[in-house]
Design a protein around this ligand. Structure first.
Ligand SMILES: [Zn+2]
Length: 414
């Protein structure tokens, strides 16, 4: 692990004392009141953001929205990088180590999805309202709260609205930040805010691999070319075989066929058929086994296809392309960031539990940099569906939790 900003010592008791010390600061109280009192403003941000489309690779409008917010708020050195990640410092101290706090801007919803939001009692509805408009709202809320106080974190604090977390985005925003941004070597810890809730923290990064499998053939007329291998059928055979694979419950391992496409009309033998497959596991070994099996099933289906037809030789091809690869990784049980989160939760009387998940934290965790993912407060459901909702009740508990974790990570004086 990289070197860390100072914290007295790493025992559990000292983490608890440090949280108590921070929580008693007058400025922290002021920040807490702000987070409690501005709920209506937070809802406005959250609904506004949800209504701006942000499909994977189409986050530009949201990036611009956040860049304007960061600038108006007075964050320093605000910038939008080549990919669309939006970055801003609380106070930019060149050369100081850096603690990042991030929320992803992208959604799973394609262009053209109706993104209207509505509000009923304490509930907000809209696609992406929770994952991750709630996270971006929390990022902004905490930035506002800190900017209004006299608190002076020991390290730099970098606020990050990043692109490319969902699906085919394949964590590209976070990968870029840790691979080729000017800050990549300065980041000591990353706190990721994703989705609703205030009672979990990620201590294990779920690995995943995604593939696009394509069968191609000459195609033809359904009647006159009958007998030419049909890519849709070859693909179906491959998927049917693969669906029988045994995925262990421990370490938990899963697979899904999420998209199938191909063909032009009911009376044409298609020229191609494609499926997108998602494999997940807490174990890199199980992930590899699953990938091997997927490749075998596809190859078996391909080998069974006839290679000749009365019209002559046939060219049937199979291509398996990787469209996503997220490393599995794990925080050591005594990691400083875990001690901090647990101490904060104890202080706030939150009964929290660790979680295995695939989030932006996978990237730093795989590099050996401490990171965790926590929720934006409130409650939520229906993620990745058009019925997604966010319940704002007690959102401020989640926001206080984020603020305390962040300040303990940075170290702080009044
Ligand atoms: Zn998310």
């Amino acid at each position: 692990m990289a070197s860390r900003p100072p914290i007295p010592d790493s025992s559990r008791a000292s983490a608890q004392r440090e949280i108590t010390r921070i929580a008693e600061m007058r400025s922290v109280h002021a920040a807490f009141s702000y987070l409690h009192n501005q709920e209506m403003e937070f809802r406005r941000w959250q609904r506004e953001l949800t209504e701006i489309p942000a499909p994977p690779f189409g986050e530009a409008a949201r990036s611009e929205w956040l860049r304007q917010r960061f600038t108006a708020l007075g964050l320093e050195n605000v910038q939008r990088d080549d990919l669309g990640n939006v970055l801003g410092f609380l106070h930019h101290k060149p050369g100081a180590p850096l603690i990042g706090i991030s929320a992803h801007l992208d959604t799973v919803f394609p262009h053209g999805t109706a993104l209207q939001t509505r509000e009923e009692a304490n509930r907000l509805y809209g696609p992406g309202i929770s994952d991750n408009a709630a996270g971006v709202t929390a990022l902004l809320a905490v930035a506002h709260a800190l900017k209004r106080t006299q608190l002076k974190p020991v390290t730099n604090v970098l606020f990050i609205g990043n692109v490319g977390e969902e699906g085919e985005g394949n964590l590209r925003g976070m990968r870029h930040l840790f691979a080729s941004s000017p800050w990549r070597d300065a980041i000591r810890s990353l706190l990721v805010i994703d989705g609703a809730g205030a009672d979990t923290y990620v201590n294990q990064a779920l690995g995943s691999r995604r593939f696009e499998i394509t069968f191609r053939g000459p195609g033809g007329h359904s009647w006159s070319d009958f007998g030419v291998p049909n890519p849709i059928i070859l693909l179906s055979r491959a998927l049917a075989r693969f669906s029988d694979v045994h995925a262990p419950e421990s370490p938990r391992t899963t697979f899904n066929v999420g998209v199938v496409s191909g063909g032009t009309s009911v009376n044409s033998i298609p020229e191609s058929a494609t499926a997108r497959v998602d494999l997940r596991s807490a174990s890199m070994e199980e992930l590899q086994k699953l990938e091997d099996r997927l490749r075998e099933c596809a190859a078996e289906a391909w080998r069974e296809a006839p290679l000749t037809h009365r019209s002559g030789e046939l060219k049937i091809t199979l291509a398996i392309e990787s469209i996503g690869d997220r490393p599995a990784a794990e925080l050591p049980p005594d990691a400083r960031i875990l001690q901090i989160v647990r101490a904060v939760d104890k202080h706030l009387r939150i009964e929290s539990f660790p979680r295995l998940a695939s989030t932006d934290a996978n990237v730093p965790l795989a590099l050996g940099i401490e990171a965790t993912t926590i929720g934006a407060g409130g409650d939520g459901g229906g993620a990745h569906t058009l019925r997604e909702w966010f319940d704002c009740s007690n959102r401020d508990l989640g926001l206080k939790r984020i603020l305390l974790v962040l300040l303990a990570l940075t170290g702080v004086q009044e």
